[in-house]
Design a protein around this ligand. Structure first.
Ligand code: GLN
Length: 201
């Protein structure tokens, strides 16, 4: 399985470490590819969009001509895990920003929703079927609106902070900055299932 991690800016190493730490839980070989140019997108089975600064990431994926292929791959169903700035890149609508990025996830996101000054905080909550997951927030967005067919995975104080829509998982928090690997394992299983299904056709 070739997992591409967008590596133009932000916390991509943390995702890579998380994947390496769980790779031997799976029969398939797991390979991490750092996406820095268009050719890095070839033959990927899964995509991770990390946290960081969405304005910078959005500009770089356009400048490096990664944008169109990346968007097409997500729309074609390649499993995608997006955290924080990654969620902002996926969102169809941004509440306090006129920019639109990949726009593949039918949700509305508010950037820096907890205030610009708030560095970080953490709480624990169930994320879908995963119980008591540590949620780490860093200048995080939250989700203010979702399409009816988007599954809400987790809310904190009435605000949605995690969703799943078809092949896309969008999280306002950072599972890659914890020692809890269950979300990455869930994602890798999704990648494996998707690739195995495709082989059958
Ligand atoms: N505040 C950042 C943004 O708007 C996201 C923060 C993060 O990814 N930790 O892009």
């Amino acid at each position: 399985m070739r997992i591409g991690i967008l590596a133009v800016q932000g916390a991509f190493i943390e995702h890579e470490k998380q994947l390496v730490s769980i790779a031997d839980h799976f029969d398939e070989q797991i390979e991490c590819i750092e996406i820095r140019q268009k050719t890095d997108l070839e033959n990927l089975n899964g995509i991770i969009l990390p946290g960081g600064e969405s304005t910078v990431q959005g500009k770089l994926i356009r400048d490096l001509e990664i944008f169109n292929t990346l968007q097409a791959m997500i729309l074609q169903g390649v499993p995608t895990l997006a955290t924080c700035a990654g969620l902002i890149l996926l969102a169809q609508t941004l509440e306090n920003d006129s920019t639109k990025h990949l726009s593949t996830l039918p949700v509305t996101v508010q950037r820096n929703a907890y205030g610009r000054q708030l560095g970080s905080f953490s709480v624990s909550s169930n994320v879908g079927e995963i119980e008591n997951f540590p949620l780490v927030f860093i200048r995080a967005p939250y989700i203010t609106n979702v399409s009816p067919d988007t599954k809400r995975l987790v809310s904190v104080d009435q605000h949605i902070v995690g969703v799943e829509y078809k092949n896309q998982i969008g999280l306002a928090f950072h599972p890659e900055m914890t020692n809890d690997t269950r979300i990455h394992e869930y994602f890798l299983q999704k990648v494996i299932n998707h690739s195995n299904n495709q082989d059958r056709f």
